[in-house]
Design a protein around this ligand. Sequence first.
Ligand code: TXA
Ligand code: MG
Length: 341
Amino acid sequence: MTIVINMRDRIDERKLRVAARLIREGKLVAFPTETVYGLGADALNEKAARRIFEAKGRPADNPLIVHIAEFSQVYELAREVPEEAKMLAKKFWPGPLTIVLPRREIVPDVTTGGLDTVAIRMPANEIALKLIKLSGRPIAAPSANISGKPSPTTAEHVADDFYGKIECIIDGGETKIGVESTVIDLTEWPPVLLRPGGLPLEEIEKVIGEVRIHPAVFGKKVDVAKSPGMKYKHYAPDAEVIVVEGPKEKVKRKIAELVKEFKEKGKRVGVIGSESYNADEFFYLGETVEEVARNLFKALRYMDKAKVDIVLAEGVEEKGLGLAVMNRLRKAAGYKIIKAD
Ligand code: TXA
Ligand code: MG
């Protein structure tokens, strides 16, 4: 049975205590963060962490992010905490930044996917922070979607994938940022960006200087991925997705052409972007890159429900949140990219 707790308008501590108890008992609780919804379990309980993998259908070598509510918890999880980690945490936590550090033995292999490192983040969401504090445990939480599906930005998305399969869903309304946290590896020097996300890389570099971008971020094939999540296809709706990239006006012209071509072939065409181009289905993403990030996964899930054959997506400039948006779009497209120039 799945308990759904509605906290869209008000945080109810009494109900949060129920959810926190479930975490302590090794159960699965989905909860909102500022990025996307997480599928939470006690990070230090091997059995509980294993259930996350089973529920999601997640490959065992893809490690989980451990969520904390106070900086001091970093020392319980990591055996070395470099100065840069403190500087980043001071500036950006709570917030959409995940820091990879050498792990302590207390963190089970299941949680870290067998790696000698642990990914840690303090989310900027009152419900999430209270849940962590009340449970008295660090909470492991991947995005609360079936593996390979777009990440959830509403409790309805979580219910679509997990209703009846997990013990509790806390509904905290729509998430603010809409793409997952930025993941940075501080076990190497210079630090490595493993996943662009809700915190722009430019902001991180202002604090710790130059960061190397892992080639997998741009879809380069890697043999031994540092962050195994990088090698899996992600965020993919059932339809074929194609990203059209290039200067704005040329992208628009190209999409208009493609919509016409696919429709002539009898395909049902969906467009996600800034205008409809006469497509069968259209999801407006917004003007600013922040709005685009917030709506992206919702748009991909919408296209699944609308049962289109093809989704054409407008590319955006790769700066600020644009780097995360393009990374997710290209992954959703399985790197089917058309250059409009
Ligand atoms: O915003 C987020 O980060 C959300 C919310 C719920 O906090 N969580 C999330 O988790 O996106 P997930 O599991 O969907 O993505 C975790 C990413 C994966 O790419 C994984 O490979 C990487 O973080 N990761 C986790 N632990 C790691 C480690 N020890 N070393 C390198 N990468 C790690
Ligand atoms: Mg995920």
